[in-house]
Write a protein that binds this ligand. Structure first.
Ligand code: FAD
Length: 427
């Protein structure tokens, strides 16, 4: 293979392709900031598709119904939490802009409301979230109204059981039932959500599935299915299946990697280049340097070296799963620039003895510090560089898993980081 050196110049370079990185590219696009984005899949393919803002407050047992009120309470409970510096109006605007973009590109979402939605998890437990894909919206409504419903699962599909969903919900939803059917032309062996989703893009498969659903629906008004309603046009496939069966249909997320997450990844990878974003997918930046006029990102893919020169950079490299932070025997490091990481004083303090300790584990709040303009703080306690900004779960002082706030932190901080970049570029 002949190696060719490639060189790009942009106003903004986004490092990371998780929800924070992709949200930053969308917000930059809407502000007409030229952008290059580098990163591999990240946690997007693992997500349920739900966009959480805040589902739990530290120290509370119960889940949060009104995340907007809870954000006010967050100021007392976790004063350094990254959402604290962002107004409710900005958080709402960020969610609106992000979900509107997804809708325009073919994956409709509910708009952020005044309260959380009670959504179904793959195991049939309940979780609070702010926005759900349109393909899932009928589930929470049917649960609230206790509408007669059948959860349909499939022979050979592991990790999703209609019976388990019913077992967990039957006290709260007495009219819920479960049925198992064979997925069209997948009669034997293990079957996989991604393959089922792609198969449902074919009309004949939808017609055959509709017949099987009708045969087991009984007196149900609504049908719940694992999230397999197509990879690229889920809203169309849901509508088609509703037309063919005569029932309202909703999806429930499956265990990761999940189709709704893969849909988002494929949408970003298809749409970003069409809209003029320079996308270098499935790669990692190996070095980032700054001079007075610009930042330089270097990486190498199968075709050779790539250099990106940008006026500003957003670091959205996530935590341990995505490699933004690295845990070593000596402590936790930020992997690209060796930025200072706020972390427990010693390794013994990373975890409490009990895995399920209600206080949460200190390691899950490790991350980098930022100033009011979303600029990471360097060793000397001042911004590392005027051209460097950060967003997403790499930021310290939040335990997004425990507080059910993953997408909320990613989207809201990306919104503010892009706003800060815009101010910097046009100062
Ligand atoms: C199993 C699972 C289920 C989840 N379910 C939900 C849910 O139901 N609701 C919800 O709101 N959130 C959920 N989330 C969380 C949500 O996906 C994350 O909170 C959110 O994606 C965090 O976004 P992020 O962009 O900050 O980080 P990440 O998603 O971790 O992305 C970081 C990115 O940085 C890239 N990167 C790292 N180093 C480099 C480098 N040197 N160069 C280039 N790129 C680099 C990685 O490849 C990756 O693309 C879930 C996450 C997981 C893992």
């Amino acid at each position: 293979m002949i190696e060719e050196a490639r060189y790009f110049e942009t106003e903004l370079a986004v490092i990371g392709s998780g929800i924070a990185g992709c949200a930053a590219s969308i917000f930059a696009l809407n502000k007409k900031i030229t952008t290059a984005q580098v990163g591999n899949t990240g946690a997007v393919a693992y997500t349920t598709g739900y966009l959480d803002l805040l589902g739990k407050l530290e120290g509370d047992k119960g889940a949060i119904d009104n995340p907007w009120d809870a954000i006010t309470a967050l100021k007392d409970r976790c004063p350094d939490h990254p959402l604290n510096g962002i107004s409710a109006a900005d958080i709402r605007a960020a969610f609106n802009e992000f979900t509107a973009f997804l809708g325009e590109c073919g994956i409709a979402y509910s708009s952020p409301g005044d309260s959380n939605i009670t959504a179904l998890s793959p195991a049939g437990t309940l979780k609070k979230t702010l926005c759900v894909p349109a393909t899932m919206a009928a589930g929470p409504k049917a649960f609230a109204a206790k509408t007669a419903c059948v959860i349909v699962d499939f022979k050979g599909l592991k990790g999703f059981s209609g019976k388990q969903v019913v077992a967990n919900l039957h006290k709260q939803w007495p009219t819920l039932k479960a049925e198992r059917i064979v997925f069209p032309e997948m009669l034997s062996g293990e079957i996989y959500p991604e393959v089922m989703a792609r198969a449902l893009e074919v009309e004949k498969t939808r017609e055959a599935l509709a017949e099987s659903i009708k045969a087991v629906a009984g007196n149900a008004k609504v049908i719940g299915l694992p999230a397999v309603l197509g990879m690229h046009n889920p809203d169309f496939i849901k509508t088609e299946l509703e037309r063919l069966t005569g029932f309202e249909i909703f999806e429930i997320p499956t265990m990761p990697p999940s189709v709704p997450g893969i849909r988002l990844r494929e949408l970003f990878e298809q749409v970003f280049p069409e809209k003029g974003i320079i996308l270098i997918p499935q790669q990692k930046v190996s070095s980032l340097t700054f001079d007075d006029d610009s930042a330089t990102l270097s990486l190498t893919d199968n075709h050779g070296p790539i250099t990106i020169k940008a006026k500003a950079v957003i670091l959205a490299t996530g935590r341990f799963l995505s490699g933004g932070l690295e845990a070593h025997i000596t402590g936790i490091n930020e992997s690209l620039l060796n930025l200072p990481v706020t972390q427990p004083a010693k390794r013994d303090d990373w975890y409490f003895e009990q895995y399920t300790d209600s206080r949460g584990h200190a390691i899950h709040k490790a991350g980098i510090e930022i100033d009011d303009s979303f600029r990471p703080i360097g060793e000397d306690g001042r911004p590392y560089h005027e051209r460097l900004f950060a967003a997403g779960i790499i930021l310290a002082h939040q335990d997004w898993i425990r507080s059910r706030s993953g997408a909320g932190i990613a989207i809201a901080t990306a919104y503010k980081a892009v706003e800060a970049v815009d101010n910097f570029l046009h100062a």
